[in-house]
Design a protein around this ligand. Structure first.
Ligand code: NDP
Length: 393
């Protein structure tokens, strides 16, 4: 009998983490079988401990070192080992497991994603910020170790499913729901609250990516992610607004064929595809797509005026070097400030533009050649963004 595949989940207490744990439960009922090695969280000890006990994980790691005692107490008698701190998360990623699900939010996920890439794991990647900031370096580490990057992001997973002849690709078409403010006026967007921004019409996600969807920075980050994952030029990637989120993305070939992947918006499908690859796994509990019931699918180009983040991402990826790191860092800081109600919604893209412009105005070094250089650009960008937001306050 085939032994269960060993899986670790970074960011297990988040939205992607919870969907992954559900896919693993379904796999253990219907096949293929999985064994959980490490689960990690940031501060949510309760959710981490109960997930680790339910999944019979080897180890649970909390990023906040001050919470070690709480985690140890919550795991007492369960047989699950407790650990804490950012270094322990990297060590968890280094533990032998065929697959690592990278679902920490932000560049905070990069060190552990890198550790798994370096040991040659299959990395099921949700943490797009890792690729946005260090796409070239991560891809080169993956080539050296033989690691595979399997996209979980539904758009990239869709492309991955229909990309059979990469050399014949004319363009990739990333679909976008348009987020909660697709039809909102600038006035409405000016006064938007975190609750409104996080109220996505089609997907239930963590707060940061929900705000990214509302500004459409998420689609900009996905454009950068797609350029690295599929090795295409940014001008070969088109963004198409498709409010129903049924077509998850498309690949246009040079013979005029356009292949798409469709499904109801449920992250468990792309997660299962990444976990079971090169096979598929059955998810009998998931609602099935009924196109007759849906009746129509709509499409329109994005409004670049109301959603300037899309152009910022194109500018950053085309400029190369550290520009995408600067854009990502400014966005992470600004989104956190918006969620704390310290800045308005439209300030997120404004400050991201200012920080990116400042970065591009500086004499440019070549692309960062080490991960230390990536972290240094991120650190400087965060400092600059915080200063700008203080000036604006
Ligand atoms: P959530 O906010 O729901 O979860 C984030 C996870 O990361 C949690 O486990 C959180 O722990 C942990 N975390 C946060 N900060 C740190 C840190 N500094 N160090 C270690 N762990 C940390 O986010 P999502 O699940 O929505 O998204 C995760 C990633 O997946 C993002 O990069 C997002 O862009 C991407 N993604 C998400 C999709 C979705 O449907 N949600 C779809 C496609 C991509 P704690 O719970 O303790 O705070």
């Amino acid at each position: 009998m085939k032994r269960p595949a060993r899986v670790s989940i970074l960011g297990a207490t988040g939205s992607v983490g919870a969907s992954t744990l559900d896919v693993i439960r379904q796999g253990n009922l219907n096949g293929p079988a999985f064994e959980v090695v490490a689960l990690t969280g940031n501060t949510n000890v309760k959710a981490l401990a109960s997930a680790a006990i339910a999944a019979k994980a080897e180890v649970a790691v909390i990023a906040d070192p001050d919470l070690y005692g709480d985690l140890k107490a919550a795991l007492a008698g369960s047989g699950v080992e407790a650990a804490a701190g950012p270094a322990a998360i990297v060590e968890a990623a280094e533990r032998p497991a065929e697959t690592l699900v990278a679902a920490i939010v932000g560049i905070a996920g990069l060190p552990a994603t890198l550790a798994a890439v370096r040991r040659g794991a299959s990395v099921a990647l949700a943490n797009k910020e890792s690729l946005v900031c260090a796409g070239t370096l991560l891809s080169s580490e993956a080539r050296k170790s033989g690691a595979r990057l399997l996209p979980i992001d539904s758009e990239h997973n869709a492309i991955f499913q229909v990309l059979d002849r990469p050399e014949r690709v004319e363009k990739l078409i990333l679909t976008a729901s348009g987020g909660p403010f697709r039809t909102a006026s600038v006035q409405e967007m000016t006064s938007a609250t975190p609750e409104q921004a996080c109220n996505h019409p089609n997907w239930m996600m963590g707060a940061k990516i929900s705000v990214d969807c509302a500004t459409m920075m998420n689609k900009g980050l996905e454009l950068i992610e797609a350029a690295y994952l599929f090795d295409v030029r940014p001008d070969q990637i088109e963004i198409l607004v498709h409010p129903q989120s049924i077509i998850h993305s498309l690949v246009a070939y040079d013979d005029g064929s356009v292949l798409a992947q469709l499904g109801l918006p449920d992250m468990r499908t792309p997660i299962s595809y990444a976990l079971a690859h090169p096979h598929r796994m059955a998810l009998p509990g998931l609602e099935r797509l009924d196109l007759a019931k849906i009746g129509r699918l709509d499409f329109h180009p994005p409004d670049m005026q109301r959603f300037p983040a899309l152009q910022l991402a194109r500018t950053a990826v085309s400029a190369g070097g550290g520009a995408s790191i600067a854009l990502n860092g400014a966005n992470e800081v600004a989104v956190a400030a918006f969620l704390q109600r310290r800045i308005g919604f439209l300030t997120i893209s404004q400050v991201a533009r200012e920080v990116l412009d400042d970065f591009l105005d500086e004499p440019q070094d070549v692309a960062p050649e080490s991960f230390e250089a990536v972290y240094e650009i991120d650190r400087r960008t965060r400092e600059r963004t915080i200063n700008k937001l203080r000036l604006a306050a």
